[in-house]
Design a protein around this ligand. Structure first.
Ligand SMILES: [Zn+2]
Length: 197
């Protein structure tokens, strides 16, 4: 077992016990102080609770009988699909490309996004429309009403509908991925020398 995995297992177990101790401290303080109970009323400091949790973990380990089933650790790991399957970059006819080969086409080409669940099973085919229009546009206008920028109050009538995840990066033209943006803030975002607002 890697050292990081082992630490994560210890950390998880300790947190769970600390959480239990916190709950019981809270219940005790609430019974003593009443509804207005706050963190200052707790009998133990966080450091004391952690130390006690460690002792409790040792006591519980001693109480486990032979042949008992260990709880399975849960790790939540975010990885790109490439980490499992390796990177794919090829045209539909099988011509292999470098990732940068189509960049110069992105401002004018249509991009179709196809998500595969497994090599021969398609899960989702993206929408090919680039521009928000009709009911989709209206849905975003009515929902957002003003430019997305925190300090901008330009109303939807004078704004454009912008892709939250850019079209060129595979963002779909659907209301979930749309937002109201005034011309200024929309352009500002796409200037490569400026960070997104
Ligand atoms: Zn704006």
């Amino acid at each position: 077992m890697q050292r990081d995995d082992a630490l994560a297992i210890v950390e998880q177990a300790l947190k769970r016990i600390e959480h239990d101790l916190f709950d019981s401290d809270w219940a005790e303080a609430k019974a003593r102080v009443g509804e207005g109970v706050c963190a200052h009323d707790l009998a133990r400091s966080p450091a004391q609770r952690r130390a006690d949790a460690l002792v409790e973990m040792a006591r519980r380990s001693g109480a486990v009988g032979a042949g008992a089933r260990y709880p399975e650790p849960l790790f939540t790991v975010f990885v790109g699909y490439e980490s499992f399957a390796g990177r794919i970059c090829e045209l539909a006819d099988g011509t292999v490309l470098t990732p940068g080969a189509l960049v110069r086409w992105l401002s004018e080409a249509w991009v179709e996004r196809v998500v595969f669940e497994s090599p021969d099973r398609v899960k989702n085919v993206g929408v090919r429309r680039r521009i928000f229009e009709g009911a989709t546009r209206r849905a975003v206008e009515v929902r957002d009403r003003e430019c997305f920028h925190e300090f901008c109050e330009l109303t939807a009538d004078d704004c454009e509908i912008d892709h939250v995840q850019p079209w060129a990066a595979g963002g779909l033209t659907v209301d979930d991925n749309g937002r109201v943006a005034c011309g200024h803030h929309n352009r500002l975002r796409h200037r490569p020398d400026r960070p997104s607002p």
